[in-house]
Design a protein around this ligand. Structure first.
Ligand SMILES: NC(=O)c1ccc[n+]([C@@H]2O[C@H](COP(=O)([O-])OP(=O)(O)OC[C@H]3O[C@@H](n4cnc5c(N)ncnc54)[C@H](O)[C@@H]3O)[C@@H](O)[C@H]2O)c1
Length: 413
């Protein structure tokens, strides 16, 4: 039997994207090899303990014990796969420019084990041309000579970790391949896992669409963050303004203000776009401005919070509620709360934090809600966080989440 008939899938990277994809593929009848180069994560997964919120331990344990799934750090196991998907991080480097080191190393790692007739898909987010100009040349250079037909597509992942409604199965999947054979194989693969597949004409369309989606969010969040500052200066409740504007049945979509943007996607992907624009002698001016505005929010929030404190207190105690970048996850990557904490400290505050989903953050541990403070900042409303307790104690709270309605002592952003 040739590898294309085996219904075996290898997924490179077993994180927020790769592990839920593995579980969705197991549910769809695939045998999945989860390849990750971080041995501690491989061991954790194989012991039945899920490292991501979107996969429960029970779900993982069922997949492991059925024999349909295992994790490994051995790239040679990819030789068994009819389909290989790459789901490794695509972060920024020190200059806040695309860092494709991990993508390169994933492509280099699998290349010697890409069997004939295998489909290779990149799900990692990157600028248009990444599949064609970076991944394909690496694989062609290092693949076995016997692997004469290899198929390539881009299918950027759109998963929203912690989302109770949208998941790998019911979120429509963009698929753009380098030729007709690759496209039909990639469409067939994703149709076996997802409810809806959207066929686009090239990988570059799929890659660019992913950047557009996340840039759209960055820019609109920046717009509302800027608008919030204007409204607040005029003593207008911006949340009520957003609710009012949302009554328009067309042409408006509500975005809410907050401490800034965080996670592996919204603060990062638009900078792939700005970098890509510069490579083509262009400029993504709105995106650059939006990025700056969002990065100014933590200092704005810090100042707003300290204005709630008696000015005679020289070193106010500030409790930050929620440090993950969004509710329902313990993910602190690129969390804007880091900048918030730094600004507060620069302004003389003594800062502690509380987050039921984050046991350790930048080498510091959370305090409990009983910690004596002069003001609290609700940065991320985590499930299970008992904010009522603070309200009852009469502690002033700056609510950056619009989740506490009309309570005395609670000031909306
Ligand atoms: N997290 C999200 O919400 C989300 C949503 C949509 C798209 N994406 C995109 O998906 C990609 C993956 O993101 P993620 O959040 O799953 O990252 P992650 O950090 O959660 O997981 C990536 C995994 O890849 C492993 N890895 C890194 N380099 C490797 C290599 N060379 N070989 C094998 N394994 C390697 C890491 O050990 C890690 O376990 C990124 O491009 C990201 O932009 C992420």
């Amino acid at each position: 039997m040739s590898v294309e008939n085996t219904k075996t899938l290898a997924i490179i990277g077993q994180g927020y994207v790769g592990l839920p994809l593995a579980m969705a593929a197991v549910d769809a009848g695939w045998t999945v090899i989860g390849i990750d180069n971080f041995q501690a994560k491989v061991s954790q997964i194989n012991s039945g303990s899920s490292p991501v919120e979107d996969v429960t331990d029970q779900q993982l344990q069922a997949a492991l014990s059925s024999g349909a799934y295992k994790a490994t750090n051995d790239f040679s196991e990819a030789a068994l796969a009819a389909v290989i998907t790459i789901c490794v991080p695509t972060p920024l480097d020190d200059k806040r420019e695309p860092d494709l080191t991990l993508l390169r190393s994933a492509a280099t790692g699998i290349a010697p084990f890409v069997s004939n007739e295998t489909l290779v898909v990149s799900e990692s987010t990157s600028y248009p041309g990444t599949l064609r100009d970076l991944i394909i040349p690496i694989i062609y250079e290092n693949k076995p000579v016997t692997s004469q037909s290899v198929y390539f597509a881009s299918a950027p992942e759109r998963v929203n970790p912690g989302d109770p409604i949208w998941n790998q199965k019911n979120t429509p999947r963009l698929v753009g391949a380098i030729d007709a054979d690759s496209q039909s194989r990639a469409l067939a693969f994703y149709k076996s896992i997802c409810d809806a597949v959207v066929s686009v004409s090239t990988p570059e369309i799929a890659e660019a669409a992913k950047l557009l989606e996340n840039t759209f969010r960055l820019v609109n969040i920046a717009l509302i963050n800027e608008f919030t500052q204007l409204c607040s200066a005029a003593d207008i409740n911006v949340q009520e303004v957003i609710d009012a504007a949302s009554s328009k049945p067309y042409g408006f979509m509500p975005f809410r203000p907050g401490v800034g943007v965080g996670g592996h996607c919204i603060p990062v992907d638009p900078l792939y776009l700005t970098w890509w624009a510069r490579q083509h002698n262009g400029e993504a001016a709105i995106v650059e401005a939006a990025n700056l505005i969002n990065h100014e929010m933590p200092s704005y929030v810090a100042e707003r919070a300290l204005r709630l404190v008696n000015p005679e207190i020289k070193n106010p105690q500030v409790l930050i509620l929620g440090v993950a970048y969004k509710p329902g996850v313990g993910d602190v990557r690129e969390t804007p709360v880091s900048e918030l904490r730094d600004h507060l400290k620069t302004l003389g505050a003594v800062v502690s934090w509380h987050d039921p989903l984050v046991p350790l953050w930048e080498d510091s541990k959370p305090v409990d809600l009983g910690w004596e403070c002069d003001v609290a900042i609700l940065a991320t409303k985590q499930p299970g966080m008992d904010v009522e307790q603070l309200i009852k104690r009469g502690i002033q709270i700056l609510d950056c989440t619009n989740s506490i309605k009309k309570q005395s002592g609670v000031v909306p952003l």
